[in-house]
Design a protein around this ligand. Structure first.
Ligand code: NI
Length: 213
């Protein structure tokens, strides 16, 4: 993963923390939504680069405009899956993405951040419009029907599952939260774990020489 032992330890700590959090609700999720692949299996696929990441999608942005991966050719993409009612990790990571792009200065114009909802039921285009603007003026929010969201999430090996509260009156969505870096031709370049700082995101982009003309 990387040569710096302290960073490696921190990475594994974060990954383990995420897996633990997800498995705590795994039994409840199982009963409530069509089970996709398990959180552990998908996390393994991403962490150890076992399966391809990314691919075509057909979704709708916060203005109601249909969008596909073809619309973003030539841009470096930061792709993040989550949902607007997420209390903690989604807003933190989206804020980090927005700040990282600003830190890149003019070069940041070549970076396109995408937020793909895993809660299309509540995250309509109109709802996304009010949300994405909180984090960055160029952040694009994407939604779609359940099948289109499932297809996009599967392509990125994203785990998500609806989990109802005890009373069955409300629900949350368990989900994996990686920041995916995709190149100008749509190729997968790597991921950053949840909780990555803006500085580290900006550095990861610069270090790879991704913004050279
Ligand atoms: Ni979240």
């Amino acid at each position: 993963m990387n040569r710096h032992p302290a960073l490696a330890v921190r990475f594994f700590f974060l990954a383990t923390l995420m897996l633990t959090g997800l498995s705590a609700t795994a039994l409840r999720s199982f009963a409530q939504s069509a089970p996709g692949r398990s959180a552990a299996e998908l996390m393994d696929a991403v962490m150890w680069n076992r399966e391809p990441i990314g691919g075509p999608f057909a979704l709708i942005d916060q203005m109601g405009t249909p969008r596909s991966e073809q619309d973003f050719k030539g841009k470096l993409l930061l792709v993040y899956f989550g949902f607007t009612y997420c209390p903690d990790i989604c807003p933190t990571d989206l804020q980090a993405i927005g700040l990282a792009i600003d830190q890149l200065g003019a070069a940041g114009d070549k970076v396109q951040p995408l937020f793909i909802t895993v809660d299309p039921e509540r995250d309509t285009s109109a709802h996304l419009a009010g949300y994405v603007s909180l984090f960055h003026p160029r952040l694009i929010g994407l939604t779609g029907d359940a099948a289109a969201i499932r297809k996009a999430a599967d392509a990125y090996k994203v785990y998500y599952a609806k989990v109802a509260n005890e009373a069955g009156t409300d629900y949350t969505v368990d989900h994996s939260a990686f920041v995916y870096l995709m190149g100008a031709d749509g190729q997968y370049l790597g991921f950053l774990p949840p909780g990555t700082t803006p500085e580290r995101i900006a550095e990861a982009i610069r270090q790879r020489g991704l913004l050279k003309p």
